[in-house]
Design a protein around this ligand. Structure first.
Ligand SMILES: *[C@@H]1O[C@H](CO)[C@@H](O)[C@H](O)[C@H]1NC(C)=O
Ligand SMILES: *[C@@H]1O[C@H](CO)[C@@H](O)[C@H](O)[C@H]1NC(C)=O
Length: 178
């Protein structure tokens, strides 16, 4: 390859990277200002490690990335819950809570998948409703452990992250030019 070609390729790549990092920063900035549940740093870091986010040219691309992350998150939280359920000394109440959380996260995963399809089809109303319904999962999961004295949720971090990730999806969907 000629040096000049290589140069323009590198230049183009850098341009692409800086454009996508602007999209991430701009969108996260708007989202954080519009929703107290969203922290700017969390928002940026949830995209920065993702190669697909690097090629994003608009906020719609980021919605797709965040939806994929959230689906992956629902699955990995499901595995964390399965591991916690392996504990033979759990009492019935804690076990029931965890089993509920497991169902909630599996339902949330399905809702996010439907929401993602609706978003692709530009059916923003349905997309919004599906993502909002998935947001109930971390809340309900967390609340159960608070309802009985002496119980502490082992999933607080996961529930908070998941909730915030979905808040980002919702907020970014609203930023998509319609
Ligand atoms: C969930 O997604 C976030 C990115 O926002 C990631 O940092 C975190 O590790 C994921 N958690 C799980 C349990 O997969
Ligand atoms: C298993 O559950 C008991 C009772 O909730 C808890 O004290 C213990 O730390 C758990 N063990 C593991 C390996 O998580």
């Amino acid at each position: 390859m000629k040096k000049s070609h290589l140069f323009s390729l590198v230049f183009f790549y850098l341009l692409l990277v800086s454009v996508s990092s602007d999209v991430i920063h701009d969108s996260c900035d708007k989202a954080a200002k519009g929703d107290p549940n969203i922290k700017f740093d969390f928002c940026v870091s949830s995209f920065e490690g993702n190669p697909k986010a690097k090629t994003a040219t608009g906020v719609a691309d980021l919605v797709k990335v965040a939806i994929e992350t959230a689906i992956g998150n629902a699955t990995s939280i499901g595995s964390i819950i399965s591991k916690l359920l392996d504990n033979k000394t759990l009492d019935t109440y804690a076990r029931n809570c965890l089993e509920d959380c497991s169902e909630l996260y599996s339902g949330a995963g399905s809702s996010i998948k439907s929401g993602g399809k609706a978003f692709e089809g530009k059916d923003y109303g349905t997309a919004n409703a599906e993502i909002s319904s998935a947001m109930d999962a971390p809340d309900t999961c967390e609340e159960q452990f608070k309802e009985k004295k002496g119980y502490v949720s082992p999933l607080t971090k996961e529930n908070n992250n998941f909730f915030q990730l979905l808040a980002i999806v919702l907020s970014f969907m609203n930023l998509v030019p319609k």
